[in-house]
Design a protein around this ligand. Structure first.
Ligand code: NOJ
Ligand code: CA
Length: 704
């Protein structure tokens, strides 16, 4: 990570007496005010003169009192300005500007003599704050946070796009409603095969997208979730005040701290333009710079995989049905009878490798290659996988060699089935094994309840594990894509080998419980604010019974929308999730998936409204090619697109993949048209996306 411009750190001022203080964003449009009222730290936020966060209290409830909630006085306040442009290893843009004004409030609690600071950073598109506990001698070193009491007071009954509060999964459809409706809608919002129970009748997860009636978009989330537990929000629906609610540990506490220490940043992205919300880099900017010296081994990846066939029930992860009464660790797999539906067979994997090589994919994910899948889910079993022993019908050496000979790599899969003790015990051996065979990316998974029992997916203990796995992987030059892990908070800036996460309902739900049609118009506002998602788009066969006669699910999308998702769902890791034989039926549309870039110099959000539509144009990294994607909700979407992002005076060819006039995700999802057109920066394109549809455009210069 190089610094383009020298960082400018400008000391602006210092205040030594207690009175309200405020700090403006660089453009002066956002103001954060702070005061200690009746001994309680209190902040508020205005945007263009309107209040967006009304006076809201801050404090920390400790397991052993006295709490860090009241009785504070300001010792000192100071402000600095910061302006730096940095280059991510991969990203939506080549350059990212980190420009803010900072307010540091140093406080003391005279009754205990404890020190607690609040640091605010105010950007043109929002603000963040965190608590800091400076080193303060032996009187205050180790402490346990029972609950964090950070308020976010909304100024009205805003519209919200939310998912239910939950300590263990984010794999929900979003509900769009007024804040006042959350209490009545929350029970019904937990659908499909998600079995968790929300902790509160008004508890929701972040990142939470809100919109006021006068058109202000507010996004509440957190940045740099390190050594702390993930934050949820409980709404007081009489006052419209959200309060933080941290994921508890097995003993009912939230966080174990040792001063000096800081909390994650609590963030509010605030704009009056949905495109600006999507373009915000606030959460990345609130994370630390890259922790690695050499990042040359971190590369964006386009992949296919032996995966959708298991998700749809066409084949199985497991090798045999012949087990439950036997202890897996004692099975001799060469002696049991295979059930004949194993997906990860040598022959089948070779077929995928051939397809990947023929069409230019980097990697082939293979799930179900290793022993243990007979016993992996729902049993709270500790020792299921060893991450190194293949099933007898998976020729580990031969397949890696075959892939290498064709210029393709296999992608590793580590399902931990929630047993962290088991995974950490095998981790070093498993990563070294990957290095030996030439794997440089792992998809890891955390399905099921945690072992140690009582810990939650989003607690401090697990958050420490996920980061540990990423850092250990880096020592082996391995990239990590963790499913079921905590939702991202921009840590990929610091640890860019974290190239993907799931942490939301992805395409796999199309093969069972279903995705709401507007899902992909919401995720970029919410889940993607913290980092990329392994959404696994690219489904061309919408009727699951064609893969598995017993599966009645139908994918709720047109084919052009499946193409557009490679552009609208930003990720440096993109899967073409469908089966090779389905792509072979639509090679003309498949061309877009082959061509689309996975890393970008520049991104321009052109049109957006949560729950309705998103249109974005991106310029491929180190190239003059542009790709445009649109995803629409139930109503479809019509655009008149100005191509003014193209270089003036240059001629380009646009290949347009669009919904046919009679396309509709319900009745005619495969009806698409492909046309080409000469375009310039002056061209305006009239485009129409069907209900549940979209469009994708590849634009390439004609003069090279
Ligand atoms: C859930 C993951 O999201 C899915 O992609 C994976 O195939 C299964 N777990 C098995 O690990
Ligand atoms: Ca999952």
């Amino acid at each position: 990570m190089k610094t383009l411009l020298a960082a400018t750190l400008l000391f602006v001022g210092m205040n030594l007496w207690a009175e309200p203080v405020s700090t403006l964003s660089p453009d002066g449009q956002i103001a954060v005010g702070f005061d200690v009222l009746d001994g309680r730290p209190t902040y508020n936020v205005t945007y263009k003169g309107r209040q967006v966060i009304a006076p809201s209290r801050l404090g920390i409830d400790l397991d052993l009192g006295p709490d860090l909630i009241d009785g504070f006085e300001i010792v000192k306040t100071s402000t600095v300005s910061f302006d730096q442009t940095w280059q991510p290893v991969w990203g939506e843009n080549k350059n990212i500007r980190n420009h803010y004004n900072e307010l540091l409030v140093e406080m003391r609690q005279p009754s205990t003599n404890r020190l607690m600071n609040l640091r605010f950073r105010v950007y043109d598109d929002g603000m963040g704050f965190r608590y800091e506990f400076p080193e303060q001698g032996p009187g205050f070193v180790y402490f346990v946070i029972k609950q964090e009491k950070s308020e976010f007071a909304m100024t009205g009954d805003h519209t919200a796009w939310w998912i239910a509060g939950d300590y263990d999964t984010q794999e929900y459809n979003y509900t769009e409603s007024r804040l006042s409706q959350i209490r009545s809608l929350l029970p019904g919002s937990i659908d499909g095969n998600v079995s968790q129970t929300p902790f509160s009748p008004t508890g929701v997860q972040t990142s939470l997208q809100l919109k006021t009636d006068d058109g202000v978009y507010i996004n509440l989330h957190e940045a740099a979730l390190v050594d702390y537990s993930a934050m949820h929000l409980n709404l007081n629906d009489s006052t419209m005040v959200f309060e933080s609610w941290l994921t508890p540990d097995a003993q009912g506490n939230a966080v174990h701290m040792q001063a000096p220490a800081v909390t994650p940043w609590r963030t509010a992205i605030i704009t009056d333009d949905a495109c600006r919300t999507l373009a915000s880099n606030l959460i990345l900017n609130l994370n630390e710079p890259c922790a690695y010296g050499d990042t040359s081994w971190i590369k964006p990846v386009k992949y296919i995989g032996v995966w959708w066939e298991m998700i749809t029930g066409k084949s199985q992860w497991s090798y045999t049905a012949d087990v439950p009464s036997i202890k897996l660790e004692t099975i001799d797999y060469t002696k049991v009878k295979p059930h004949g539906q194993h997906g990860a067979t040598t022959e089948n994997v070779r077929r995928y490798i051939d397809f990947a090589a023929k069409h230019g994919f980097d990697q082939v994910l293979v799930e179900g290659w290793n022993i243990g899948w007979e016993d992996w889910i729902g049993k709270s079993k500790d020792k299921v996988f060893d991450f190194v022993t293949p099933y007898p019908d998976f020729d580990l050496d031969g397949l890696n060699e075959y892939a290498r000979s064709k210029g393709v790599r296999l992608m590793m899969h580590h399902e931990t089935s929630g047993s962290i003790r088991n995974y950490e015990r095998h981790m070093e051996k498993a990563y070294a094994f990957m290095e030996k065979y030439g794997y440089n990316a792992v998809k890891s998974g955390y399905v099921g309840n945690m072992i140690p029992r009582g810990e939650h997916h989003y607690g401090q203990w697990m958050n420490d594990h996920y980061l540990h796995a990423v850092k250990e992987a880096a020592k082996h030059r391995i990239m990590v894509n963790a499913h079921e892990a905590t939702r991202p908070t921009g840590l990929c800036r610091t640890y860019p080998n974290l190239i993907g996460n799931e942490s939301a309902r992805g395409t796999e739900y199309e093969a069972n419980a279903g995705l709401n049609v507007n899902h992909t118009t919401i995720l970029p506002f919410t889940r993607l604010q913290g980092g990329p998602m392994d959404f696994t788009p690219g489904i061309f066969e919408m009727d699951m019974s064609k893969l598995n006669p017993g599966n009645t699910a139908v994918v709720r999308s047109t084919i052009p929308r499946q193409l557009a998702l490679y552009v609208t769902m930003y990720s440096p890791l993109q899967m073409a999730a469908d089966l090779p034989e389905h792509y072979e039926q639509h090679m003309d549309a498949f061309q877009f998936i082959k061509d689309v870039a996975v890393d970008w110099d520049e991104s321009r959000y052109l049109e957006a409204e949560p729950g309705r539509y998103i249109v974005v144009a991106r310029k491929a990294k180190g190239s003059d090619d542009w790709f445009v994607g649109c995803t629409s909700g139930e109503q479809g979407h019509k655009s008149t697109l100005s191509l003014d992002f193209l270089e003036p005076g240059r001629k380009y060819k646009a290949t347009i993949y669009a919904d046919a006039p009679d396309a509709d995700y319900r009745t005619n999802p495969k009806a698409y048209t492909i046309s080409t057109k000469k375009v310039t920066s002056k061209t305006r394109l009239r485009m129409a996306a069907a209900p549940g549809g979209g469009y994708a455009i590849a634009i390439t210069p004609l003069d090279i």
